[in-house]
Ligand binder design. Sequence first.
Ligand code: HEM
Length: 452
Amino acid sequence: MSVSGWYNRTLNKIWGFVEDRTAMRRWALRPQPAFTFKPSYWTGAFVAVALVYQIISGALLLLYYQPSTNATLTACGQTVGSLSTAPAAWCSTYYIINSVPMGSILLSSHLYGAYAMIFLMFLHFFRGYYVGVYKSPREFSWMVGTLLMVVTLGMGFTGYLLPYTQLAYNATNVGVVLALRLPTLGPLIGPFILGDGTSQGLLSRMFDAHVILLPLALAGLFYAHLSLFESHGIAPPATSDPTQRRRFTDKEEKDHVPFIPHIFFYTLKWGLLYLGILFGIAALWPWNLPTYVGNTAAAAVVTEPDWYFLWLFKLVDFQGVTPVIAIGGSTAILLYILFLPFLDRSKRTHPRDRPVFIYLATCLLEFFILMTVWGGETPGVQITYPSIALGIGPIFGVTAVAVGLFHWRYRLSYRRRLAARQMSYAGPYPRGAPSVSGSHPTSAVSEVGSSD
Ligand code: HEM
């Protein structure tokens, strides 16, 4: 027997033993169609990988971090100069970066990992939006996902203040003022966020929310999200099928692979690549700790949040946009996303069949990117009505034309292909008759519109 044959047989034996003794086929997630071995099908799993790293790195950071605003003589690991009067929260962060072995990589990778998780989550969200995964029967998966998005952004918001830098303190205060303006919810959550009104009160609450409350909410929602995913299975490719939602074909139905080891190791492979890149970036470009709250040299510090909230901060700079309007607008966007499955009721999932909703998604994406860049380039600079119209108007206009053309062009080609298929089929049923079984040749019609 060749060495590789022996190697494969031994591995199979070991795996068979593990599979049998752990009974994993019963508890692992359900098998999935083999064609889903594409990163686009597992964007949510990549978010989950990023989440796992955040939990591990966060737990390690907790070993050293001190959530206190009291000045300390020791937490920085040195007592020289102005650092001796720095708050413990900042000092312990300084200590992690400068004195804990690999501390700089740990802290930087936790921070960049949060950016990556939020970026991957947006990717997961927009991919799902474009290919219509929110449609029946996955409405609740979508709604729970929207709540996950809110909680994840909340994790970012609350974590931002923890190093207790003046930059973060200013931005958190703006965010808190905006949150307090939330209709109905604002006055309710106000006392919880502000506590006794002191800086320590605010820091303690942000810390509590970041390490206990929001992680608990995240864990519960993630469990619900995965359970729903397990119940409905992965969403089939988008389709223009005029009569029915795309189901898996007979061949796809047979061609399933077990979650463990196949999909698990597939995700793990991408996860390891993710970690490699994350550590590489953290090592090459470690995060520089900005100056601490109360440092007189910090008087000129601008107020700037992390990149994923820049759009909201910029919105407040728009002429005529008060905090109430800004927060009201973002609540409206959130409600739109939450109830999207009930707004877009058509059964067709392909982007070319949903021009209005695709237009709205594209505008949302463009608005987010534009405002983020704008907010980063000119933080705090007022934007007048003409600049708003010139900045946003043409983009939305061009998008309307592009989506309209896309819709028109593909409807035409889809109809042509549909007609060609029906012409080539000379069976006992009249042309265009609905399919009676998945394997009947007319079911080929449902494949015409498959996107993946
Ligand atoms: C912390 C954030 C999130 C995590 C960890 C997460 C995780 C996952 C995972 C692991 C899956 C299984 C399929 C896959 O890997 O893509 C999934 C599917 C899904 N997610 Fe998320 N998700 C998150 C946020 C969201 C958001 C923001 C939305 C949309 C608003 C969403 C909507 C969905 C839907 C509809 C499915 C089923 C779609 C399918 O079968 O392809 N998720 N999610």
